[in-house]
Design a protein around this ligand. Structure first.
Ligand SMILES: [Zn+2]
Length: 301
């Protein structure tokens, strides 16, 4: 009898122990599951913090690398300094300070045009580069944009020649309208960035018709100075745009030689336009002449 009771008690104890073990196992499983559920929640929170940070980064896009005027520094000289030196009659001092003897800057206005590729071929063939003062309106077409890219890729410098070249808009009554001029120059700057990349900037401006041809230009000079830019004219002309009958290539060469004279710092005015066929023809002789005279070819940036 006692044995039977003891057996019953033992069985009961075993059942209780099994139940306790089962309860513990179930508890552990449930606990583990709840922990597993918690973990992704923590990860999600971390992800949210990371996601929150990313748009903040996007708000400050990396500044594109700035390119001033020209792709390569090789032949570049500071156009703002040169403009100031010319204005103050200190060209010789500037050259001496920079260890330069004789410098020629070939400049081409009004492009890009149907003549640009011929000009570029000639420059390349002679191992020299030029400075191209371009018009924003010439960059509206794909053709113009391609010509600008080619000019830039060839190591030439790019300057701003306003958007329209319209004298009546830029200088009504022969007097500068600063707001119109500024707007056009800015429009062209934007176009240059669009074609050459957001990092492209040019510091040099050539006023259509020449800086000295208009009244009230001091305001433009002051405005450009405040933004680290300068307007630059020329010290010699090819004569390819002077009034009178169009010149032949031979006449352009002679005109250039006389205009260059014995200056040590030459900024030569030429044009890149469909009608300037004779300029393109004269260019090889002009380059050879300047080389013979000991000029080093530079571009203005
Ligand atoms: Zn022009």
């Amino acid at each position: 009898m006692t044995k039977a009771i003891n057996k019953k008690t033992l069985r009961g104890k075993i059942i209780i122990i099994i139940l306790l073990v089962l309860a513990f196992v179930v508890y552990r499983l449930v606990y583990k599951k709840s922990k597993l559920k918690e973990k992704p929640a923590v990860e999600q929170a971390v992800a949210e913090v990371v996601v929150e940070k990313e748009p903040a980064k996007l708000e400050e896009p990396e500044k594109p690398q700035e390119v001033v005027g020209c792709k390569s520094d090789e032949a570049a000289i500071n156009g703002v300094e040169v403009a100031a030196a010319l204005q103050n009659g200190e060209a010789a001092t500037w050259l001496d300070k920079n260890g330069l003897s004789k410098v020629a800057c070939l400049t081409f206005d009004d492009g890009p045009s149907a003549r640009t590729s011929e000009v570029l071929e000639t420059l390349e063939g002679h191992g020299v580069r030029g400075t191209f003062f371009v018009l924003g309106k010439q960059l509206e077409s794909e053709f113009g944009q391609d010509a600008l890219k080619k000019t830039y890729e060839g190591g030439n410098a790019i300057g701003n020649h306003t958007y329209t070249h319209d004298y009546a808009h830029l200088y009504p009554g022969r007097k500068l309208n600063l707001e119109n001029f500024k707007a056009e120059a800015e429009q062209t700057d934007a176009k240059l960035k669009e074609v050459l990349g957001a990092g492209f900037v040019t510091r040099i401006v050539r006023a259509p018709g020449g800086f000295c041809s208009w009244k009230g230009m001091d305001a433009l000079h002051d405005h450009l100075a405040t933004i680290g830019k300068a307007a630059i004219d020329w010290t010699a002309e090819s004569g390819d745009a002077v009034s009178g009958p169009p010149k032949t290539a031979e006449q352009i060469v002679e005109y250039t030689k006389a205009s260059v004279g014995d200056q040590r710092l030459v900024v030569l005015l030429m044009h890149d336009a469909p009608a300037k066929k004779e300029t393109v023809k004269a260019l090889p002789t002009i380059i050879s002449y300047l080389k013979e005279k000991g000029y080093e070819f530079k571009v203005l940036v």
